[in-house]
Design a protein around this ligand. Structure first.
Ligand SMILES: Nc1ncnc2c1ncn2[C@@H]1O[C@H](COP(=O)(O)OP(=O)(O)OP(=O)(O)O)[C@@H](O)[C@H]1O
Ligand SMILES: [Mg+2]
Length: 267
């Protein structure tokens, strides 16, 4: 049965630049199998961090992108009908609990609350997952850990996590890295020289200051990596920034012009 879990092993060391003490804290949390919540804006490194930690801890990683159509069966499993009759198929959460993986539920607030509650018995000291339809109770493998992520501030009250869910997790705050670190990330990911990543980060910082003053969200590290990749391919930097940094985050003509102006001050 090892074949099931082997496909989830992180073979290559993911590139992750430490921002603060998050690696040590996560390692300590994993040591006591504390379920963890990663909070922070989109594109700031949460997914990369989990991949890196799974590699560092030598544990398989099963990632599930949550959405509002997701049901408990999508996580836990279901009976399938095939030529030989019905057979049970474990969902990603059941596979992780059974074989001892880190299960990462990305954007968990998107899931409906009746879906989210299936994680409750796994995230308290019972560490069990009932497969009600199958009549089986999985006792989680000792290596199993649950990690969820969410972007605080995006969700409406209707969509926030219940306190009874939140209070089952330890939480780490993520944010965009400081200037020098973000430069290094952008240069490492794209190959652009430091003069270029320096300018890209400066443009992002300008936009981040406009958050709440006409922008819902600032320019993320992910967007800087996109812009850097275009520049590394020979695209004119101003065009690269318009396409990868400015147009995606605003539909407002005045805001677009203000951000384009910031781009021209640097490039
Ligand atoms: N600390 C970091 N070390 C290395 N790369 C980073 C780091 N932070 C951000 N990145 C880069 O930014 C990109 C986006 O990060 P990531 O996908 O982890 O964001 P996220 O926080 O999971 O976003 P979302 O909430 O939208 O899923 C990564 O692919 C990577 O290139
Ligand atoms: Mg992510």
């Amino acid at each position: 049965m090892n074949g099931v879990i082997d496909q989830y092993r992180v073979e290559q060391k993911p590139y992750y630049h430490t921002v603060a003490d998050e690696v040590d804290l996560y390692e300590a949390a994993y040591g006591v199998r504390m379920p963890m919540m990663l909070k922070g804006p989109t594109g700031c490194g949460k997914t990369r961090f989990v991949e890196y930690m799974a590699w560092k801890l030598g544990k398989p990683l099963i990632t599930v992108a949550c959405n509002e159509d997701m049901t408990a069966s999508d996580l836990v499993g279901r009976f399938l009908l095939d030529v030989s009759g019905t057979r049970w198929q474990d969902g990603p959460l059941a596979i992780a609990a059974r074989y001892g993986a880190i299960c990462y539920l990305d954007e968990v607030v998107e899931a409906r609350q009746d879906t989210t509650v299936v994680i409750h018995p796994l995230t308290d000291n019972r560490r069990v997952l009932p497969l009600e339809k199958k009549g089986e109770l999985i006792h989680a493998h000792p290596d199993f850990q649950l990690v969820i992520s969410y972007n605080p501030g995006y969700q409406s009250l209707m969509k926030d996590l219940k306190q009874s869910t939140k209070q089952r997790f330890g939480a780490l705050d993520f944010n965009y890295p400081e200037h020098a670190v973000e430069m290094e990330i952008v240069s490492h990911e794209t190959g652009v020289p430091r003069e270029v990543s320096d300018k890209l980060v400066s443009i992002a910082e300008r936009a981040r200051n406009l958050k709440g003053h006409g922008l819902d969200e600032g320019i993320s590290t992910r967007m800087l990596v996109y812009a850097g990749s275009l520049i590394a391919k020979g695209v004119d930097p101003q065009n690269a920034c318009r396409v990868a940094l400015v147009r995606p985050i605003t539909d407002d003509p005045d805001m677009r012009d203000a951000l384009d102006a910031a781009v021209t001050t640097f490039f």
